[in-house]
Design a protein around this ligand. Structure first.
Ligand SMILES: [Zn+2]
Length: 176
């Protein structure tokens, strides 16, 4: 595995990332990639990294868009407004960036992407419809994106214990 570790470090460097404390899912994907196609170049790696980030972002957006519609009856997407940009520009970095409202993500990590997209959609719902989404049913206040056991979640900051985890952002994910 010495070769893999060496290749992995070179690829992370090519993508302008640090190897330490890196999302488990990304490292697993890199390991699978190495097993399947071997030592690809940094340039090819950055292409794959970007397309994986972009497709994950599209999938995450669908999950969140569905939640918004079910919970508010409002559309988070439509012909009249587009607030997500998929940016691929060598001047700003070796990998593509997904921008949604004031937040952005450029790492193909599902939970990070889901959390970022949720934050962006929340911002859109607030600015476009003037409604707070999502809301804690107990405290009637707006929720905030957070992470719990590596899973992206909606957190409420109210309550006696100084806040609580309400649910996973992806309705298909069970927290406990
Ligand atoms: Zn609450």
């Amino acid at each position: 595995m010495a070769n893999f570790a060496d290749w992995r470090d070179r690829m992370l460097q090519a993508a302008w990332r640090q190897g330490d404390d890196f999302p488990e899912g990304v490292l697993e994907w890199m390991s699978e990639l190495y097993g399947e196609v071997g030592e690809i170049s940094g340039e090819v790696f950055c292409e794959l990294w970007t397309s994986r980030t972009f497709s994950m972002a599209r999938a995450a957006f669908q999950v969140i868009e569905k939640s918004v519609e079910e919970e508010t009856g409002k559309q988070a997407t439509g012909e009249d407004y587009c607030y997500i940009d998929y940016v691929r520009d060598p001047d700003i970095g070796p990998v593509g960036v997904v921008r949604i409202k004031s937040v952005e993500v450029s790492t193909p990590d599902w939970e990070e992407i889901l959390g970022t997209m949720a934050e962006g959609v929340q911002e859109f719902v607030m600015s476009h419809y003037r409604i707070v989404w999502p809301v804690c049913e107990n405290h009637r206040t707006g929720l905030h994106v957070g992470y719990f056991r590596g899973i992206s979640v909606w957190n409420c900051r109210e309550g006696h214990s100084g806040g609580h985890v309400v649910r996973a952002i992806d309705p298909a994910t069970r927290l406990y």
